[in-house]
Ligand binder design. Structure first.
Ligand SMILES: [Fe+2]
Length: 183
């Protein structure tokens, strides 16, 4: 599967522009994390890009979310490792995270939300001026973007990446695609 094929399929299945941006942000951080860990950047990036492709099709039914997504990814030619990571990123299925790719997608997913929230509280609402230290501060404020699961983000430690570095890496990856994200 090429990235273009993945994007075409996203266009066919996702209307919400913010959801597409979330998937692009997840892709960017997954690529960066793959580089950091010496993993397959293409595989990790595509996994991030596709991970919520079924969100609108499943209409909020968490029992089918990510199960359908994994099937769609397989149809596009994703490897079993990619499909598994997509499947188990939804905690509802209670599937243990086995591989590095599983763990990476699981902890990158909520990090995008925290970083976007940190940009949106700025007067200019731009990512460019966001500093890693302010995202780290926001991480500790439980009432800030309360829906963002801090424990899930902290799972980066299982990839031998400390939280501070993880936040910095995620912020930088998203800043690099800020125009695409409209932030
Ligand atoms: Fe997601």
């Amino acid at each position: 599967m090429t990235r273009e094929e993945a994007l075409d399929s996203i266009k066919d299945n996702v209307e919400n522009a913010n959801l597409v941006k979330h998937m692009l942000a997840t892709e960017a951080i997954m690529c960066s994390l793959a580089r950091r860990l010496g993993e397959d950047e293409e595989e990790w990036g595509l996994t991030g890009l596709l991970h919520d492709i079924d969100m609108e099709l499943t209409g909020g039914d968490m029992n089918s979310h990510s199960k359908l997504g994994a099937d769609l990814a397989r149809e596009l030619g994703a490897s079993e490792a990619m499909a598994h990571a997509i499947f188990c990123h939804n905690e509802t299925h209670a599937v243990p995270l086995e591989t590095k790719l599983d763990k990476a997608l699981f902890c990158v997913d909520p990090l995008t939300g925290l970083i976007i929230a940190a940009a949106l509280v700025r007067p200019d609402k731009k990512l460019a001026g966001v500093e890693a230290k302010s995202v780290r501060k926001r991480f500790k404020e439980k009432s800030f973007a309360a829906g963002v699961d801090r424990q899930q983000i902290s799972l980066c430690s299982q990839l031998s990446v400390e939280l501070d570095e993880f936040i910095e890496l995620g912020l930088k990856a998203m800043q690099e695609i800020a125009p695409v994200l409209g932030l």
